[in-house]
Structure formats: C-alpha cells, structure tokens
Design a protein around this ligand. Structure first.
Ligand code: NAD
Ligand code: GLY
Length: 357
C-alpha cells in the first residue's frame, strides 16, 4: 500500500494506491470525511464489476450510501447527465457535509467532479478511478468538466477531490483498447520528467500487458507522484502544468480532423509524442537518439506509429485553432532528452514538414 499526498495551499489530500483497496474504501472515506452519506456515481460497465463491493465496504464502515448508474461513454459527459446527477443528489438529500464518489473512468470522474463542485456550491468529492487513464491522470489534479456540442471540456472547474483511492486490480477487467489508451499517458510521464519510469517501461514492454501489470504498483506510484508534483506547483494550469500536454497539441489536431473517430485519445497522444520528437530532434532541440528510443518503446507497447492520411495544412490549422494557442503563437512541450522537457514557443512555420520526417 502506498500513500501520496497532493500538497496544495488551501487543502492537501491523500491518494491511496494498493491491490484490493476497493474493499477498504469505506474505512478511507470515514477516516477522511467522518460519518457522511456517500452518493456513488458509476457507469453500466463498471457497476456489475465493482459497485456492490464498493457499497458493501462503505456500509461496513457505518456510512449511508445511495448510488446511480449512468450509461458508459464520452456522450455521458454532458449537461443532460449533469442535470440527472443534480436530480439524484436532491433525491438522495445530499448536504454540504456529505460526499459524492466517482467510481469509474475519466468520464464518470469528470462529470461527477463537476456535479460535486457545483451542487450546493460544493460538496465533498472522492475519486475511485478504475481505468489506467483515470488512475494516472484524470483522478488527480481537480480538472472536472462536461462537453458541449461545440467542443470537449468546455464547461468545467478546478475542484480538487478530498481523497483518491486507487485499486490496480480493477485494471484486470479493462479491454486492451482502454489499457493501451492509458499507456500513452504513462509513457508521457516517463518522457517529460522520469527517465527511471521510462527505463522500467522499456524493460517490461516486451512481456506485454502481464509484465506491465506485474510492475503496476511502481508504475502507478511514479505517474501519480509526477502528477501530484506538477499540480502542487501549478494547480491552475498557468505554467508548469502545461508540460503534461506533451504530445497533446498534435494529438488534439488529429482528433479534431478525424472528428474524434478512428483513434483513442491515448493512441493520438502516442502519435503526437512520436511526430513531435522526430521534428524537434531534426531541428536540433532534442538530443540525438531520443526519437529512436521513444519509437522503440511505443512500438513495443503496440501503439500506432503512422499518422492517418490528413493533409499537413489541416493538422497545422487545427493546432492553431486549439484553445491553448494565442494569436499566431503556440506553446508546445519539447523533450531535451528522455526524462526532461521544456516549454517552447512556436509559430505555424515550426511544424512545416512534420508529416514527412
Ligand atoms: P471512460 O471513463 O469512458 O472509460 C473507458 C471505458 O472503460 C468505459 O467504457 C468504461 O465503462 C470502461 N471501464 C471503466 N473502468 C473499467 C474497468 N475497471 N473494467 C472494465 N471496463 C471499465 O474513459 P477514460 O479513458 O477513463 O477517460 C476519458 C475521459 O477522461 C475523457 O472524457 C477525457 O476528457 C477525460 N480526461 C480528464 C482529465 C482530467 O484531468 N480531468 C485528464 C485526461 C482525460
Ligand atoms: N491532464 C492534464 C492536466 O491535468 O493538466
């Protein structure tokens, strides 16, 4: 069992990581929040697998429990389902001293977090992430949101959880698709700040998912610690937190041009890291040999290495329409070498030729 603290100015919070922790969930919630009512939010894939265990543990700790199961998938991260959650929380008579608990992936975490941030102007919030992506990324750091028809994550808030409980055993039931999705973000942490994690992944990758699961506690600790460190220094995403976007500028452009079909987000991030590092190595910004090493790991992990056939000018214009671009400029994350990165200001010309390297 491992415990990582996210040290924030206003309020720090613990992240517990360990095999089987789902059965101790109630004890952690009670320790952190006292004798509260817990409103559990989950989806229809996760509910048959883990809801009864979570509820049993909460009840065993003497807590009152209500639950709601929503349809799975990104479509659930919308205003209509947020409104359904408000109905549920009213019906469950949740007060400001009570808690809302997200049991599921990033979709359930983001939606439930926004409900927690806004219902009664804020109730307690617990994250119990069950996908690799949610365990290493979305459950930590307090970004909560829903999508609008006009775009992803357009309505949201910064609202930190009171507690995160991560049980890596839940990853055993993930499909290979969603497992690979999370791996994109795991490799990202190795690239931007953790050469030791990158080496561990290089050693385990040839053994496939089983070998990586054999090291999952260490992998999760590295990733969660990295995210906690960045969030502690830049909670509101005004500087350092931008480094978490390594590979994401090109990824978002690919996703936009493909209307979010074809590739999972983690696969797009993987392609983004691959293309960006080849480009910046070519420009002399990144140490020679970095791209070959990154490509070898991504290939061993089964990540796609070929950009979809999208005209380069379409990709570039999508990048500069992204909400993170300013005027003609765009900040991107560039690797010095594996384990170290910097923020680099670019313009449109920077990306010319990126699809042909
Ligand atoms: P998801 O929540 O849709 O989960 C993926 C799929 O796996 C779903 O079908 C879900 O039902 C299923 N599932 C979840 N846990 C399972 C388990 N243990 N076993 C079997 N199936 C399981 O997607 P995701 O990839 O976890 O998250 C993506 C979302 O996260 C996006 O909306 C993205 O915008 C958001 N996100 C948020 C942040 C943040 O900082 N808040 C960061 C990255 C991504
Ligand atoms: N997923 C990026 C962030 O939390 O800032």
């Amino acid at each position: 069992m491992q415990k990582i603290i996210v040290p924030l100015k206003e309020r720090s919070y613990p992240i517990h990581i360990g095999s089987g922790l789902l059965d101790s969930l109630g004890a952690y919630v009670r320790e952190a929040l006292g004798e509260v009512t817990v409103a559990v939010v989950t989806d229809d894939n996760v509910a048959p697998l883990y809801l009864s265990r979570a509820v049993k543990s909460l009840l065993a700790a003497g807590l009152k429990v209500k639950s709601i199961t929503l349809p799975h998938g990104e479509e659930t991260k919308c205003l209509a389902r947020l409104s359904d959650l408000y109905d549920f929380l009213c019906h469950a008579r949740i007060t400001r001293r009570d808690a809302v608990l997200a049991l599921g992936g990033g979709v359930i975490g983001d939606l439930t977090g926004l409900a927690a941030a806004t219902f009664l102007r804020g109730v307690h919030f617990v994250q119990v992430p069950t996908t690799l992506l949610a365990q290493v990324d979305s459950s930590v750091g307090g970004k909560v949101a829903v999508d609008l028809p006009q775009g992803k994550n357009l309505v949201g808030a910064f609202y930190q959880p009171d507690l995160v409980v991560i049980d890596p055993d839940t990853l055993n039931t993930l499909t290979d698709e969603f497992w690979r999705d999370g791996l994109g973000e795991v490799v990202k942490y190795g690239c931007i700040g953790d050469a030791e994690l990158f080496s561990l992944l290089e050693a385990a990758a040839p053994g496939g998912r089983a070998a990586l699961m054999g090291q999952i506690d260490v992998i999760l600790r590295h990733c969660v610690q990295a995210k906690a460190d960045v969030v502690a220094q830049d909670e509101r995403d005004t500087g350092l937190r931008m480094t978490l976007n390594f590979g994401h500028t090109i990824a978002h452009a690919v996703e936009t041009c493909q209307h979010y079909t074809g590739l999972r987000h983690g696969e797009a991030v993987s392609l983004g890291m691959h293309v960006m590092t080849r480009l910046t190595e070519h420009k002399g910004l990144t140490e020679a040999g970095t791209a070959v090493r990154l490509d070898a790991l991504l290939t061993a992990l089964g990540m796609p290495m070929q950009l979809p056939p999208i005209p380069e000018e379409n990709l570039i214009s999508a990048m500069f329409m992204d909400k993170k671009s300013f005027g003609q400029g765009l900040n991107v994350i560039v690797l010095n070498h594996i384990g170290k990165c910097f923020i680099h200001q670019t313009n449109v010309d920077f990306f010319t030729g990126m699809t042909t390297l």
